[in-house]
Design a protein. Sequence first.
Length: 466
Amino acid sequence: KYSYSCSSAESSYNTDDDGSSYRSPNHFSQKCRRSGSQTSLSSSSSIDSTLDVQRMKVEAIFQHICSGLPEVATVIALEGDSCRVFSADDRILPIPAAVKLIRGVDNDYLDRPIGDVVREYSRAKTCMGILSSGGIESPSPTVSTGDFVLCIADMRVDQSARDYHDEVEKMAPWFIEVADCVEMGSFNGVRRGGHWKVLYLFERHQKSDDCSCLRPRRRLRSSEIHQYQLAGYMTLFYSSRRSEGTRMVICQALLLPPYQKHGHGREMMQAAYDIAHGIFNPYTDQTLRSREVITEIDVECPAPAFIALRNQIDFDLFQTIIADSQYNHLVPSQFTRPPQLAPGSELLEPKNFHALPRKVVAKLAKTLKISDRQVEIVYEIWKLHELEKSIKTIVNSSLSTAKVTKLVWSMESSYKCMVKTSLLQYLKGNDEDLRFGSLDTEVKMEFLEKSFIRNLAYFRSIVRKL
């Protein structure tokens, strides 16, 4: 424990350009001396009363910070119940001028959304205070309900959408790793082998100032009542091949931080699926409708959270097919019935945990508009979901502990064998990078075991969210 003291006569100050004085950084290292007296560092510590530290003024701190930042926004300093606004040229504006400057933010709103409306919905949202930044909630956030609009814009025919997206996509490198700008305006939304569309998510706000001055007898247009603020977007690349049809590839999915963890990502992803399945089609011309038939939905370099979101939506589609009498014939009943005991045995029927045949996988992939491997993954997640329900039923039954243990072991072993068999077939068919076929048998078995443990942990994380 040490005490520090320095004489006020020895204190050295530096003077800033605006006249405010502050301590030099090396002041204490030069002027303070270290004494060996054993004193406590509590509130009763004996500190030299001549130690007088003068702080920088708040205005000076903000001016120094503003000079080192790009001119993106106005800096607002809160001082109790009052505030001061610093402009881009380091001028301190009075309150009336500051209010006029803040009202200029209204120019960031749109009078109408970009593209054709796909869906509208309401969702609870957290209102951020002025002290919040980057989606971090303020100490006392308030929860309200917001109205949101999902729109789809075809970059081939919508010039305003191309100009808008060329500005919006500049945010992508700040949120998406290794993201690049497409610059759709430079090639009219068309690339070799396909074209672009963008799914936008806007929050709809109510105008407060304009409505009061309008004549009440006239029916107000939507642009006179509402204004729209960007919440996120998803770029869709339509890859056209004569032999394979049209593939919809989700390339960039960006949701701004204040709107994350509120279910908006699922709404955007579900809207993309609805467009691919023809539930929404903006074209009234039957010729254009026939050209937009999507055969497969794919994702380009997805992040782990996006993979989980995709698997949840595919799981819901798979479960719907099993429950729908119009499509349940695609999956033979022996692959969907609950686990059953084999005749004359205390073990399970082996067919309960067989991987789907290739023909069944191909039919499901065509119906769900996803890849064959994605069908296998979704089936394994669904099978694990059913397995855990069966295990819970057996554990709560009146069977003996030894019989319950034997049945659970048989079910888990059969499921493990099914997943490993499916993974082995996939590795043999996609052997470019790993060169799985050239590995030794022991290395193959070890790799399959590690892959199964990793997949099982991931599948269980998906099942827990269902």
